[in-house]
Design a protein around this ligand. Structure first.
Ligand SMILES: [Zn+2]
Length: 125
């Protein structure tokens, strides 16, 4: 006996193949059906949903964090350099104070960023 959903699935598959979709060797992580490439997008026609290919959440999370934090650290380093130049040119007490305070925050943030990044790296290895 063919269920209604199977019927729909067959219809979607036929239509997709007719319109040039490619059946891939990969399978849907949810239902195990073959994945189709339709207009450069991956689709599971049984779930009738788009499939987004990613590594495991953990892998992406870790890689992204170390990568992001490296960018954060170098951005902070550039800002610290800029502020140091401004500070060396500052004459007014208020300005020196303001710049020093900002510098302090940046240095603390940089320290934290590097600490967290180190922890993430250690987790990876
Ligand atoms: Zn599926």
């Amino acid at each position: 006996m063919v269920e209604k959903s199977d019927d729909d699935y067959m219809k979607r598959m036929t239509n997709a193949l007719r319109s040039g979709a490619k059946m891939l060797s990969e399978h849907c992580p949810i239902c195990g059906s073959p994945i189709f490439e339709i207009k450069e997008e991956l689709w599971c026609l049984r779930c009738n949903k788009r499939v987004v290919k990613v590594k495991s959440d953990e892998e992406v999370g870790q890689a992204l964090s170390v990568y992001t934090l490296t960018i954060t650290a170098s951005t902070l380093a550039v800002k610290i350099e800029e502020l140091t130049i401004l500070l060396s040119r500052a004459v007014e007490v208020d300005e020196v104070k303001r710049l020093s305070e900002t510098l302090e925050i940046l240095l603390k943030t940089l320290e934290q960023t590097l600490k967290v990044r180190k922890l993430l790296r250690e987790e990876e290895s």
